[in-house]
Design a protein around this ligand. Sequence first.
Ligand code: NAI
Length: 248
Amino acid sequence: MDFNSKTAVVTGAARGIGREVARALLERGTNVAILDVLLEDAAGAADELSRFGALARPYRCNVASIEDVAETGGRIAQELGGVSFLVNNAGIVRDRLLLRMTPEDWDAVIKVNLTGAFNCAKVFAPGMLKQREGRIVNISSVIGLMGNAGQANYAASKAGLLGLTKSLAREFAPRGVTVNAVAPGFIETAMTKGLSSEIRAKMIESIPMRRFGAAADVADVVVFLLSDAAAYITGQVVNCDGGMVMAG
Ligand code: NAI
């Protein structure tokens, strides 16, 4: 699986971790479909990242909608060809303690974070299975492994992604398609920017490396899992968290 001239779909790639993944792939000659609900930001990212040589194309797509993903999939097939890499990165939070969490808070997070990955697998995996070659990486979270007060919806969606990852890994392994997950810890992005300095300090205390990670730290792990070097790895969860979670 060479990166050069292949096509990747990265969801939620207008900014943050997804954008860094897109950049790392473009640097390696992979054409990237930048999917996001924020079309202007996706177009801005595609503009800036296209200086790396390969094609970066923005697509407005709400991954929570199977119709949207199917329609976008059709356009990508026409404009960028068959998809070899899928990175399910789009994610949102609606944090509240359970007593205050509304059914809408629950549904919104599950629909984007978990159903979104299912929708994208439904649309992009068939081509990979047919080619007998492909890689899927799902961006989970340490919160999916540990749980967190105020994040029942988010933790359930991210834990659900791990079950989806392992099930698809078993289904697709005989057809040459690997499926893995990355569980980032606290990463400097828009998602963590709004945290108060008090909460930040508390979080940093829980990280053995005593600092937040960068989006590029996560992108490096994703690129490894998409590469030939990871050809015999499937159904795994790789933590990228400065040592927060040490499972054994
Ligand atoms: P971010 O908020 O900076 O970027 C997320 C992107 O997803 C945004 O561009 C947003 O517009 C897009 N998006 C949201 N809903 C969408 C939808 N329905 N369809 C398509 N695109 C949509 O977030 P960040 O920090 O870059 O996170 C990326 C992924 O990494 C998320 O899945 C997040 O849960 C996960 N993660 C982030 C951590 C962090 O500390 N930042 C830690 C662990 C996991």
